[in-house]
Ligand binder design. Structure first.
Ligand SMILES: [Fe+2]
Ligand SMILES: [Fe+2]
Length: 151
C-alpha cells in the first residue's frame, strides 16, 4: 500500500478553513468573543499552511519552467492573504468592517485554493513533478509541523 500523500492533507486544510470562514461570516457584530476565537483559528491555520507550502511545496514547482509563473502568482496571493490577516488582527471584532474584511479574505483564499486544486492546477502539477516517496515525506513533515504548533 502506498503511503499517504501531502495533497489530500492540504485539501483537508482548505476545507477546514472554509468551514471556519462560513462560521465567522454567520456571526453578528455583538459576538465579539466568538469572532476573536474564530479569527485566531483562521489566522493560525492559514499562517501554518502558507508557510509550509512556501517552504516545502512551492520550491519544487518553482524549479519547473512550466509551473514557475503560476507558483510566483500563488506566492503573491499568499502575501496578499497575510496582509489581510494582519489588517483583520488590528480590527476590533465589533467593528462594522470586521465581517466585510473577513469576506474579502475568504474570497481571496477561495480563489487561491481553486488555483491549487483545479484540473491542471498546482497540486496536479506537483503530483507530476515529484515521486510518491516525496509526496509521502511531505505529508509526514506537514503532520509534524501541525503537531508542533498544537503542543
Ligand atoms: Fe497556497
Ligand atoms: Fe493551499
Amino acid at each position: 500500500m502506498s503511503r499517504p500523500s501531502i495533497i489530500p492533507l492540504l485539501k483537508k486544510d482548505h476545507k477546514e478553513v472554509n468551514a471556519l470562514f462560513k462560521e465567522a461570516l454567520a456571526t453578528s457584530d455583538n459576538a465579539g468573543d466568538k469572532r476573536t476565537q474564530l479569527f485566531s483559528q483562521i489566522n493560525e491555520a492559514l499562517t501554518l499552511h502558507t508557510r509550509f507550502e512556501e517552504e516545502n511545496v512551492y520550491p519544487l514547482l518553482l524549479e519547473q519552467r512550466k509551473t514557475k509563473e503560476d507558483t510566483l502568482e500563488a506566492e503573491e496571493e499568499h502575501a496578499q492573504i497575510k496582509h489581510l490577516l494582519s489588517d483583520i488582527a488590528e480590527t476590533a471584532s465589533d467593528d462594522e468592517r470586521w465581517k466585510p474584511k473577513i469576506m474579502v479574505l475568504a474570497e481571496d483564499v477561495h480563489h487561491h485554493v481553486k488555483e491549487e486544486e483545479k484540473a491542471g492546477g498546482l497540486f496536479e502539477e506537483l503530483k507530476k513533478a515529484v515521486d510518491d516517496e516525496t509526496l509521502a515525506a511531505l505529508a509526514e513533515q506537514f503532520q509534524a509541523s501541525k503537531n508542533a504548533a498544537v503542543s
